[in-house]
Design a protein around this ligand. Structure first.
Ligand code: ATP
Length: 363
């Protein structure tokens, strides 16, 4: 069984705590992305799973085996880093064959495995090229091949696509996912790029400042962020968050947004929770879930900027604490200085406790 359990995992460097009490269960064959901004502790977590760093406290289990003191070479993990690690004086074929050869595999078996991996990673025409003549893109592909050919039950990738160019990155996202489907490895993938995490991972562990913020499927973290950090971090642009106070109205509980006026009434379930808690809240809604409505039936805001990205239009509204963005799938004909009246789609509205930053849920 290639499950991975992190239990109360802590890593300190001197006085600095890089990882604070992480608990995470990764299922056999699961593709788990560790996602977060620079310095949040992703690589530290990965290095401990790999056996390159010892935890300060807590446990790492592979299946029911405690990994404490087990060196990297005995953990049965494949590892691919941001910077490809390959032998540049060797050909692609020799690089791919290196691991199985060291393990004493028979020549016919090595040839078969090299052939399969090269085909999967589109390296067949390059097999006899010397690695020092190849682009960074191809070298990273070879590095992935070198790890994959060992058929590790656990495959760890730390920002493997951050040095390859954008077009190649898109191709590799698909290929890595296919590779994982085919080999059914347990995959842990460190990235700060949410597009990579959202498109490839079965689940995403979102981290910030050494703290695990939320674990969920890409849609769960997008639709139901556990807190304000995840709400802002996931999505491009992130969720809009407007601070306000709950207020009763004849239509039900609304959020008084000060100069912006009141929101539409909150759905019944969440309204009860917000009513009980009383304090200030953030009224959250996704930029993609906004429609333009008649004056008087939504939030009226000045247009401060318009970005047209191909078919998509991102309209920036308001400024400072009341700045929000709205994304439209076509050109809605708004220009800087005009006033837009927007209404968030009710099912997408989320409310957060402003003091604690936590999502408030119905029930
Ligand atoms: P990045 O994408 O920038 O690598 P990350 O999320 O992977 O970010 P880590 O590399 O895990 O972050 O680092 C987490 C924190 O721990 C950072 O503040 C980093 O400076 C610190 N850190 C990491 N390794 C060491 C070390 N050996 N000694 C001291 N501090 C360290």
């Amino acid at each position: 069984m290639s499950t991975i359990h992190l239990q109360n995992l802590v890593k300190k460097f001197g006085d600095f705590t890089a990882l604070k009490t992480m608990d995470l269960a990764i299922a056999d064959g699961e593709f788990m992305a560790l996602l977060g901004p620079s310095g949040c502790g992703k690589s530290t977590t990965m290095n401990m799973i790999a056996g390159m760093e010892e935890p300060t406290s807590g446990k790492i289990l592979f299946g029911d085996r405690d990994m404490a003191g087990v060196p990297m070479g005995r953990r049965g993990v494949g590892f691919v880093f941001q910077n490809y690690a390959i032998f540049t004086h060797m050909s692609v074929r020799q690089n791919l064959a290196y691991g199985p050869k060291m393990r004493g595999a028979a020549k016919a078996e090595i040839d078969r495995r090299v052939g399969t991996i090269a085909e999967m990673l589109q390296l067949t025409p390059l097999l006899d090229r010397k690695a020092d003549r190849l682009s960074v893109n191809i070298l990273q592909r070879v590095a992935i091949g070198r790890s994959t050919i060992m058929e590790p039950a656990i495959f760890l990738l730390d920002e493997p696509l951050s040095n390859v160019d954008a077009a190649f990155r898109a191709v590799m996202r698909t290929e890595l996912k296919q590779l994982q489907r085919q080999f059914r490895q347990t995959m842990v993938y460190v990235t700060h790029d949410q597009l990579e995490a959202m498109t490839m991972a079965d689940r995403i562990a979102v981290m910030d400042h050494g703290i695990l913020q939320q674990v969920g499927t890409p849609l769960e973290v997008y639709n139901d962020p556990a807190n304000v950090f995840v709400a802002r971090f996931i999505g491009a642009p992130g969720m809009n968050l407007l601070k306000g106070r709950p207020a009763e109205s004849d239509r039900g509980l609304v959020i008084d947004l000060g100069p912006l006026g009141a929101t539409p009434p909150l759905p019944a379930g969440i309204a009860d929770t917000v009513r009980r808690a009383r304090g200030e809240v953030f009224y959250g809604f996704r930029p993609e879930q906004v429609t333009l409505v008649e004056s008087g039936s939504g939030l009226s805001m000045p247009v401060s900027f318009v970005e047209r990205i191909g078919a998509r239009t991102i309209v920036h509204l308001g400024e400072g604490e009341t700045a929000v963005k709205a994304v439209f799938e076509n050109d809605v004909g708004l220009a800087i200085g005009q006033t837009a009246v927007i209404a968030p789609a009710e099912p997408s509205v989320r409310v957060f406790d402003a003091a604690a930053g936590r999502a408030m849920r119905a029930g």
